[in-house]
Design a binder for this molecule. Structure first.
Ligand code: PXL
Length: 282
C-alpha cells in the first residue's frame, strides 16, 4: 500500500447543491486521499439558480484553523482551493497556503468565480484581481472558459474556442505564475465541449473533447477539479489524471441527464463513484 496522501480543501460549504466541499470531500476521499476541510463560508445552497439562500462568512475561522493544524505539525501533500466568499478572503487563503505548504506541497487553485460569461451572484471584477494574485502561488489552476477569459482580459466567446484562441489563453494564464493550466468548458465551433490542459513537464497540450450536451450541469467544474486534484496528488501522470477525471464527470453527467435532465441540484456522482474507484485502482 502506498502512503495515504493528505489534502487541505479550502472552499465554501453549500449544504445543498453538491459543489465545493460537498463535492470535494466525498470525491477526494473516494480517490484515496485524506481531505481536511477549511470552509470559507456556510450557505444553505450555492448561489447559481437559487434565490433566498442563507450566507455566513467564515473568514474569521480560516487562518486559525490553518494555524491549529500547523501547530499539530501536520504535513499536507496538497492544498486545493475553490470558491471564495469575497476578495478579502484571497489574503486569508494565501496565509493558509503559507501555513499549510512546503516545497513538496502541490497547490491547486480553482478560481471559481464565474461561468457562462458572467460572475456568480454577489461577485464582480475585484474577484478577478484577487485570483490573479493567488494563482501566482499555484502549481496548477483549473479555470473554466469564462474565468480564463476574465483572468487574461480576453473577450469571452461561448463557442468558437479554436486551438489558437485556447493556446493564447494557456500562454497568458501561464504568465500569471502557475506551471500547469487546465481550462474546462472549452467549446469548439463544431459542437464539441471539453478540457484543454498543458503539462508543464513537456509543454504538450492535451485536448479531451466530446459532443456537447443540452442543459446545465451545475457543479461539474468542482467534481472535475476535485477528482483531478486528488489523482495528481496521488502521483497519476498528468494526461491519465485528466482523462480519468473527465470520464468520471461524463459518467456523472450521463446519470444526471437520465434521471432529471440536469439543473442546479448538482451531479449524480454518488452512483458513479464505484466505477470511478474501480478504474483508478486498476
Ligand atoms: O460551483 C461553484 C460555486 C461554489 N460555491 C458557491 C457557488 C458556486 C457557483 O454558483 O455559488 C457558493
Amino acid at each position: 500500500m502506498s502512503e495515504l496522501k493528505r489534502m487541505a480543501a479550502i472552499h465554501d460549504l453549500s449544504g445543498l447543491g453538491k459543489c465545493s466541499i460537498t463535492a470535494a470531500l466525498p470525491i477526494v476521499s473516494a480517490s484515496g486521499v485524506e481531505c481536511c476541510c477549511i470552509p470559507t463560508a456556510l450557505l444553505s445552497t450555492h448561489t447559481g439558480g437559487f434565490t433566498g439562500w442563507t450566507f455566513r462568512d467564515l473568514s474569521e475561522d480560516m487562518v486559525p484553523i490553518a494555524k491549529h493544524w500547523n501547530s499539530l505539525g501536520m504535513k499536507f501533500d496538497a492544498v486545493y482551493s475553490g470558491y471564495l466568499a469575497s476578495p478579502e478572503q484571497g489574503e486569508l487563503l494565501c496565509e493558509c497556503i503559507d501555513l499549510l505548504s512546503d516545497e513538496d506541497t502541490l497547490v491547486i487553485v480553482d478560481p471559481a468565480m464565474a461561468d457562462n460569461g458572467r460572475y456568480y451572484a454577489n461577485l464582480g471584477p475585484d474577484m478577478t484581481e484577487c485570483f490573479k494574485k493567488i494563482i501566482g502561488r499555484a502549481d496548477i489552476i483549473t479555470p473554466n472558459m469564462t474565468e480564463a477569459c476574465f483572468l487574461t482580459g480576453t473577450e469571452y466567446r461561448s463557442v468558437g474556442n479554436d486551438d489558437e484562441f485556447v493556446e493564447r489563453l494557456l500562454d497568458a494564464l501561464t504568465e500569471l505564475g502557475p506551471e500547469t493550466v487546465v481550462i474546462t468548458g472549452v467549446c469548439s465551433s463544431d459542437g464539441e465541449v471539453g478540457i484543454v490542459g498543458r503539462d508543464s513537464k513537456n509543454g504538450e497540450v492535451c485536448r479531451l473533447m466530446s459532443p456537447a450536451r443540452n442543459g446545465t450541469f451545475h457543479g461539474s467544474g468542482d467534481v472535475f477539479a476535485s477528482a483531478l486534484s486528488a489523482l495528481l496528488v496521488r502521483g497519476f501522470e498528468f494526461e491519465r489524471a485528466l482523462r480519468l477525471a473527465q470520464e468520471f464527470v461524463a459518467d456523472c453527467v450521463d446519470r444526471t441527464e437520465r434521471r432529471c435532465g440536469g439543473g442546479n441540484y448538482g451531479l449524480d456522482f454518488e452512483s458513479a463513484l464505484p466505477r470511478y474507484i474501480a478504474k483508478i485502482n486498476e
